[in-house]
Design a protein around this ligand. Sequence first.
Ligand SMILES: [Zn+2]
Length: 249
Amino acid sequence: MVFELTKMTWQDVEEGLEESSLVVVPTASVEQHGPHLPLSVDALRARELGRRVAAELDCFLAPVVRPGMSDHHMGFPGTISLSEETFKAVVRDYCESLADHGFTDVALFTSHGGNTDALVEIAEQLDADLDSRVFVAGDREGMMEARTSAMAEFGVTPEQAGAHAGAAETAFLLETNPELVEPTDGATGYLGDLSEVSLDDGIRSVSENGVLGDPERATLEQGGRLVESCASYFAGEIEAETAELVESR
Ligand SMILES: [Zn+2]
């Protein structure tokens, strides 16, 4: 059962808090995702993963922090990027509000890699400042592994699965929001070594269409597997963190 804050009344929340005081807070981005996907991809993925994780853990789900830090996508129209300062301030206000209402454990995660460092920093500060436990579930490597291993089951390479708007993100949307996926013909982007892509120069300096990966390889079947793999990764990380907390009490 998911306690999804945006769908509840305040009385529901009050009652729900008697059953669980763990809340999952997904963060995302509003940024270009190539010629075939909408700017909301990371926010849609964050919400779906948050929903599945909260269902597995029988806990609360906060609304997705939709815009994130996307300076490297500003070369494409429509991208909305928060400064590091603003992003951290929004996360702080979310967590302070939730802590105020009695949530003892706040599990943050991000569907957008650009938020990772700032999220870890602000979570550490909040964990120290608030009475509630605040932590980031999972890390960049674990998330990439959950993604590439699921795609590898279908013979898709990490380069094709892609770091951005490639086969992986496209497959995810085919599963959750197929009506938002445009034809992928000709949407193939940069397929080179990702460690050579410098975010400082912006995505446009390596990929004219904004894609890192090969969306043409995406299938609906991959999407189902991918959602499952990523959700169970985050749920496992949160379970491990909260179990550790119980032990240390
Ligand atoms: Zn994305």
